[in-house]
Design a protein around this ligand. Structure first.
Ligand SMILES: O=C(CO)[C@@H](O)[C@H](O)COP(=O)(O)O
Length: 217
């Protein structure tokens, strides 16, 4: 399974060090949470941080937009070095247009679902997306408890993917640790975001290795 350390839980005063560590540990992605204090009740950081750290990592930069008016952020994120841009289904009445815009700027298009949003809303766009991010906590904060009833949702999404022979990543985000990652993998997830599990430990490099190990990589 691919691992995406979430820098929301990293040491902001030593961001470069934490990012270089995560690449050295073998994490394929770097997960970057952009929060505007409106779509979610928290503020994080924006594209200047992305731009500042981009030269220090060859990882896939996976940018999760938790913002209102996500269409305004696509070009700045792409110019700052995003590889994947994730947009919440709930954040725009024009999800298809925003996903198209992400592809037009040369990035991979990811649609994100809040825990309360069923996968059925994606029926007509699944063939278009590169990834679906299933939130396994309510978005906005790191360190929350995994919502076990999201497992059924991942299973249903994985079933649709198989039945329709589609090719998108299934990413999970929130409350991921060495137990929950295995449940998500069994359900069909292919990428796991982990923040506090990795960065709140005294040996974060080891935690990334453990996540790879328990998922067979
Ligand atoms: O998008 C979010 C929170 O909204 C996440 O990416 C968190 O950063 C995950 O943190 P942990 O639950 O792993 O601590």
């Amino acid at each position: 399974m691919k691992i995406a350390p979430s820098i929301l839980s990293a040491d902001f005063a030593n961001l470069r060090k934490d990012i270089e560590m995560s690449e050295k540990a073998g994490a394929e992605y770097l997960h970057i949470d952009i929060m505007d204090g409106h779509f979610v009740p928290n503020l994080s950081f924006g594209e200047p941080i992305l731009k500042a750290v981009r030269p220090y990592s060859n990882q896939i930069f996976d940018c999760h937009l938790m913002v209102e008016n996500p269409e305004d952020y696509i070009v700045p994120m792409a110019e700052a070095g995003a590889d994947i841009i994730g947009v919440h289904y709930e954040s725009t009445p024009h999800i298809y247009r925003v996903l198209q815009k992400i592809k037009e700027v040369g990035c991979k298009a990811e649609v994100v679902l809040n825990p309360g949003t069923p996968i059925e809303v994606l029926t007509d766009i699944l063939a278009f997306v590169d990834a679906v991010l299933v939130m396994t906590v309510n978005p906005g904060f790191g360190g929350q408890k995994f919502l076990p009833n999201m497992i059924g949702k991942i299973q249903r999404l994985s079933q649709v993917k198989t039945e329709q022979k589609l090719d998108f990543e299934i990413e999970v985000d929130g409350g991921i640790n060495e137990q929950t990652i295995q449940e998500c993998q069994k359900a069909g997830a292919t990428v796991a975001v982990a923040g506090s599990y990795i960065f709140n430990d005294s040996n974060p490099m080891n935690k990334i290795k453990v996540l790879h190990k328990v998922t067979g990589d």
